[in-house]
Design a binder for this molecule. Structure first.
Ligand code: NAG
Ligand code: NAG
Ligand code: NAG
Length: 311
């Protein structure tokens, strides 16, 4: 099986030594988890009254520990009082997420997606979390899982941020650990309507709030070809009922050569010129997008499923 890895490049972005108030802790018995995904959680010593929850699934061949070590979510959690969940794949072959099974691609249908959502539901209860401020972000396989989670669980998440991933359902296949070469190499091309139908069929009859989403892709990605950015754009603009025409274009943001295209209030796509699959992390941009620096004290309105526009 062809399997991508960007471990070396991701790990090269070394985190500065973190002085944390707490530690990464394994959670067990958190609810339905048919694929035995392992759950890890970082709960800062000082939390907001109703702490937001961030979920950060790893890349292929990655681990929860590596995401914990090399992303700044835990230290940001210390500063802003939110919880981070780090799921750990139990897929022995390559630690890629199950973004292919009908289970993951169906609301409450099973697969890795249900295991991860069970962790969220457990943590919301255990820590009195804010069910309107649950977020998901990841790179590569973690970005594919981000697309899957916001697609299958629009009732759980407030927003997603997907870095070098593929559209919801692009890896769909018979089984839990399907690597779709056709999707990876940009040969799965559908209309927006066809892509949106996959998302809508994941949770038939759901017509309520959908999480906002931002997607990122390098133009020189040879692991998941940049065509996948176009497919994500078609899919999510169609889900939100936006035209495929950009309403706003901003060059050189957040880095030189990156262009941000906005299609409507709830969907934006970044194309990073010359960047390959090891797209550089921009943790601060993600924290801002999720409004995770906002502390909902008093009457302060932070971005949430309540404050965000419905479609
Ligand atoms: C996650 O899974 C990997 C591979 O099975 C394992 O090496 C690692 O210890 C697990 N736990 C964490 C926190 O990453
Ligand atoms: C997918 O899973 C759902 C929920 O478990 C089930 O109702 C549906 O029949 C399945 N579809 C296929 C094609 O297996
Ligand atoms: C990106 O790909 C183009 C076209 O193949 C090539 O000319 C360019 O040198 C590449 N850029 C980088 C930074 O590798």
């Amino acid at each position: 099986m062809f399997v991508s890895t960007l471990v070396a490049s991701l790990l090269a972005v070394a985190a500065s030594a973190q002085e944390l108030s707490s530690q990464l802790t394994q959670i067990k018995d958190f609810g339905p988890n048919p694929r035995n995904v392992e759950g890890y959680i970082y709960v800062p010593k000082v939390l907001q009254a109703k702490p937001p929850i961030l979920v950060s699934p790893h890349w292929c061949h990655g681990t929860a520990q590596q995401v914990f070590d090399y992303r700044s979510w835990a230290s940001a959690g210390d500063q802003y009082g939110f919880i981070t969940i780090y799921p750990n794949s139990s897929n022995v072959a390559d630690s890629c997420w199950d973004v292919s099974s009908n289970g993951s691609l169906t609301h409450n249908g099973g697969g890795d997606a249900l295991g991860i959502v069970s962790m969220v539901r457990w943590a919301l209860k255990k820590y009195g979390g804010d069910k309107d401020r649950v977020f998901v972000t990841g790179t590569s396989s973690g970005a594919m899982m981000t697309n899957v989670l916001v697609g299958s669980y629009p009732d759980v998440f407030a927003a997603g941020s997907a870095w070098a991933g593929v559209a919801f359902g692009c890896f769909a296949g018979d089984g839990f650990d399907v690597w779709s070469d056709a999707c990876a190499t940009g040969k799965i091309v559908k209309t927006g309507k066809e892509w949106a139908a996959l998302v809508k069929n994941a949770y038939p009859g759901y017509h309520s709030f959908r999480p906002k989403l931002q997607v990122f892709h390098g133009t020189n990605d040879t692991v998941l070809y940049p065509q996948n950015l176009q497919e994500e754009i078609k899919q999510w603009t169609s889900v939100f009922g936006y035209k495929q025409t950009r309403v706003e274009t901003t060059q050189n943001t957040p880095l030189q050569g990156w262009t941000r295209y906005r299609y409507g209030p709830k969907f934006e796509a970044y194309s990073a010129a010359g960047v390959d699959h090891s797209i550089p992390n921009q943790d601060d941009l993600v924290l801002e997008y999720f409004d995770l620096k906002c502390n909902a004290k008093g009457n302060k309105q932070c971005y949430s499923r309540k404050s965000g526009s419905r479609t």
